[in-house]
Unconditional design. Structure first.
Length: 249
């Protein structure tokens, strides 16, 4: 299939999970793909998994100033950009009383501030038409305990999907969001919990999913391909909830 033939795409946080799977889908649809990541080991592993045609950019998603360098690298390599999938993020789950100001700022820097200034830096090279997709999980909609900061960062991204749409549509840039429910990806393994606690958290989350299972990264990637493609040319400022019913029932 060639729904993204010759389109130039950037995926932030493209070294694992939804980002890596989306990169595979984009490549299979004919796109030229660049991914960002911070960890040299996972960047190397992603390069091996995706092949030499993928452009690898080492970048810290939380560093607002560094986003200009990402944009300049893409300008030199691709000449412009047709698709941006903002996927890089961090999920830190803890009770309110255990949050420090530094940890709060870190979550907002990675999940909101960095993406905002990346979009700003990319504006001069976005094509007309082009598509921005924001990854804003279901926690923006539900009152899950211990997700006060994480949910707030993702709610901010959903707000950006609407407000940036109003600002960018005259430039031919569409902005939309995907809202995944719990997905079987390495994200949960990064919570820093002991194995027994991680199993308990997973079981608790699963009990809240009417579909009775975790989603797959591939199911999210299919939706992202749609939003990235010309098939969704009339889809602007929208959100696709792909959560097994978690945010609606």
């Amino acid at each position: 299939m060639n729904r993204l033939k010759d389109k130039r795409a950037l995926i932030t946080g493209g070294t694992s999970g939804i980002g890596l799977e989306t990169a595979r889908h984009f490549l299979s649809e004919g796109a030229r793909v660049a991914i960002t990541g911070k960890n040299p080991a996972t960047l190397e592993a992603a390069s091996k998994a995706l092949g030499t045609d993928v452009f690898i950019i080492s970048s810290d998603a939380s560093d607002a100033a560094a986003q200009k360098a990402v944009a300049e690298s893409l300008r030199q390599e691709f000449g412009g950009l047709d698709i941006l999938f903002v996927n890089a993020g961090v999920a830190e789950l803890r009770p309110v009383e255990q949050w420090s100001e530094a940890a709060f700022d870190r979550s907002f820097a990675i999940n909101v501030k960095g993406p905002y200034f990346l979009i700003q830096a990319l504006l001069p090279i976005f094509a007309n038409p082009s598509s921005i997709i924001l990854n804003a999980p279901v926690n923006a909609h539900i009152g899950m305990p211990n997700t006060t900061v994480y949910g707030a960062t993702k709610a901010a991204l959903l707000s950006l999907a609407r407000t940036l749409s109003g600002e960018f549509i005259s430039r031919g840039i569409r902005v939309n969001a995907v809202s995944p429910g719990p997905i079987a990806t390495p994200l949960y393994g990064k919570l820093g919990l002991p194995e027994a606690d991680l199993k308990a958290v997973s079981a608790s989350i699963l009990s809240q999913v009417p579909a009775g299972r975790f989603g797959t990264a591939g199911e999210i990637a299919h939706a992202i391909v749609y939003l990235a493609s010309d098939e969704s040319a009339f889809t602007v400022g929208s959100e696709l909830q792909i959560d097994g019913g978690m945010g609606n029932i």
